[in-house]
Design a protein. Structure first.
Lengths: 115, 153, 153, 115
């Protein structure tokens, strides 16, 4: 039984990562690997869809902090979408909305990348 | 379950794979004693952060030493004490995390303690490096204002 | 989770409301270390029976004394020791439950220990009345035959 | 959040109890009360439907032992139906199929009462 899962899909030149389950200090390395392999492929336009994420701790938030600088230096971005209120609260408590584009839904984020 | 004085003690191997179990225990107890779902998830996350720190920092990730959890409930609060016997740290020298500054610098890490303080009503550190390190966290059933209101009734 | 030597220790208030929590802990650990769903539910039930006995008999239902659970895992088995410091009992004088006779008489109770023995690979009682009573239960990852087969490979 | 629930319905002169959730030493008194109140009303033809029962321990089995004699002395019976295999195993380990009518489904049990 996996408690966390990352799946990937392409939409034009944007990649969408769907994250599902529980993102904590145990599972954060899985997301880290997912993001690292995108960067290794030169893929810097990334949407992370939180629709199926049930739980996040600071280890999960730390993953985004670890990549954002590099990604932005490469004219890319990580946009975060479809957070449930419980998850958004954690981001909000830490002031992440100042630094990250947190959007209502995936399509909106993809459109913004293409505009 | 009534809010009688009750005590749960747990010693759990300090591996990240056990964080899920710890969250499940904490949230089950918090729910049973009557916290609303919102408070339950706050307590759950704060305890996860404290235990993740023990795994990551106290025991440097490579030992099966125990995380020691004591949960106490009385009529007005739930308190959780997380103890380790690892390397410890000087929390007085910890920079007060300034979230804006932190974000501007895009630092990695350093968010756990900030979250614990934001989520719980009281957070207290106590570390004797190499001997033992304790984080005590408290959540009240009623916030201060609510308590006054409850008294008036 | 690997089957490294691991130890979980829990002290939980002995009220029936906590049986659910205990089952959840036991089944989570049993599942994580690799037991199949069938074995997980056997271990869960056996431990529930042992803990229900502590609540009902050892502490006569009216005290918030702890149920003491120690779970140990090594490469070949999971063992659970349930300890109480209650009134104890003389298990040598316990009639061997003859289920047919039992049913013919339509007695109430006396099924717990029979179940524990049927569900686990080993069950061992140890009681010093008034001091401490222990039930130790063991479940192996592979049954005897399977172990032989595994060795041959 | 109730972890156990009993609901009652009538079908002719048979009463069907639906039991749901976890039946252990904590919740067994709820079933005991349910059966006791049927008996107090002189209702001795009882079907217990286990369809939604997830878990049972000996405390739950003990409840049936506590009533069956009285009910049979009053020309009634408790018939047990719709057990999932995990629950049936517990009954089976204890030899209950020798003493109780354990049937595939509720309708079958009601029909048997009426025949
Ligand atoms: N139990 C502990 N043992 C030793 N050091 C700790 C412990 N808990 C926290 N620390 C120290 O406090 C710092 C801040 O912790 P935290 O805010 O959770 O952020 P992070 O874990 O991401 O660094 C850690 O980097 C570590 O040096
Ligand atoms: N932890 C314990 N402390 C004291 N007595 C116990 C304990 N466990 C079991 N017993 C005794 O063993 C008897 C048989 O237990 P069990 O088979 O579980 O059936 P039941 O609990 O329904 O009586 C109990 O009635 C009790 O006298």
């Amino acid at each position: 039984m996996e408690s966390f899962e990352v799946t990937k899909k392409h939409d034009g030149n944007v990649v969408v990562l769907n994250i599902k389950g529980y993102l904590d200090a145990h599972t954060a390395p899985m997301l880290e690997n997912g993001l690292q392999s995108l960067i290794d492929q030169g893929q810097f336009r990334i949407v992370v869809n939180f629709k199926d994420l049930i739980y996040i701790s600071s280890a999960g938030l730390g993953v985004f902090m670890g990549f954002i600088e590099n990604i932005r230096n490469n004219q890319g971005d990580i946009k975060l979408t479809n957070m449930n209120p419980k998850i958004f609260r954690v981001f909000d408590l830490l002031g992440f909305p100042m630094l990250y584009d947190i959007m209502e839904d995936e399509q909106q984020a993809i459109t913004k990348f293409n505009s | 379950m009534s809010k009688d004085k009750m005590k749960y003690q747990l010693k759990i191997p300090s591996i990240t794979d056990n964080l899920e179990l710890i969250r499940m225990i904490i949230s089950t107890v918090a729910e049973k004693v009557g916290f609303n779902p919102d408070d339950v998830s706050k307590i759950e996350l704060a305890v996860d952060e404290a235990c993740a720190n023990v795994i990551k920092h106290a025991y440097s990730k490579n030992q099966l030493q125990p995380i020691d959890l004591v949960i106490e409930i009385d009529y007005k609060k739930m308190s959780i004490v997380v103890t380790d016997h690892g390397k410890g740290f000087d929390f007085t020298k910890m920079p007060q995390t300034d979230v804006k500054e932190y974000l501007a610098e895009m630092r990695v890490g350093g968010l756990g303690i900030y979250l614990m303080k934001a989520l719980m009503d009281e957070v207290e550190f106590n570390s004797h490096p190499g001997m033992k390190t304790q984080v005590k966290m408290v959540k009240y059933f009623l916030k201060n204002g609510e308590l006054e209101l409850a008294k008036e009734k």
